[in-house]
Write a protein of this length. Sequence first.
Length: 316
Amino acid sequence: MATLIAPAQHSPVEDAEAVHKACKGWGTDEKALILILGHRTAAQRQQIRLAYQNIYQEDLVNRLESELSGDFERAVYRWILEPTDRDAVLAHVALKKVSPDYHVIIEIACIHSPEELLAVRRAYQLRYKRSLEEDVAAHTTGDIRKLLVALVSAFRYNGDEINARLAKTEAEILHDAIKDKVLNHEEVIRILSTRSKAQLLATFNRYRDEHSTSITKKLLGEGDKGNGFSAALRTAIRCINDSNKYYEKVVRNAVKKVGTDEDALTRVIVTRAEKDLKEIKEIYYKRNSVSLDQAVAKETSGDYKAFLLTLLGNED
């Protein structure tokens, strides 16, 4: 369930005028911006952008970029984008890093539905005039390139039907690959990138039943030999197996490391606030005996803190 608190009805014109007023003059009224934009759905935010463009002949995104700064600006910028366009931006930023952040690419490829992933790929191509697959291939190498290109190119079957015999066979293929330390085997990549999520869950469950341990725990002991491939496999499996638990770990690592990882924290809260952030918060509390709201409040500050807490559903 979503944590976003938004009105059922709103006036895009009035919101656009209020946002313009908040940006007018010598100082920006950040609290007013948070009050409006932090309480609007994706559809409502796009209506505000359209109204703002029509009234002031200016792109609201560009205006906010010029008015805000730092982590707050990045969070608001990513929030106000249409979700598929936002994912395209997140993927591009991840690929442009000195060491590409393949976790972001895997999240987008493995957590989205086939139709959602296709929409992100279209948005990426429209924005950057290149395909997502092309840029993934250009910014990665070796086995990780093979895995990521296969994942972002996938269009999985999205139904609930499973083949139990196939699950048993492919669980053994995965087991043999781990046992023989050939994680980069083409069959491993084929299975993870082509099978439906329902079929993969059946395979992962069969692996656990047959070998009395989860496949991710087994992979954890295999090491990466310096290239991060087994870590990439674990990320893909976790995203497919239970995305909420995966996201909980991302935010836990983000707030517990020395120096908060604002990029990861922002990514999870902004992308999941309208989807399943409530469940992620519940998992976080059970895992850490402290609420995610409290953790965010402790590790962030200022307008950035206020904005994230608003998206988390904190009304204080």
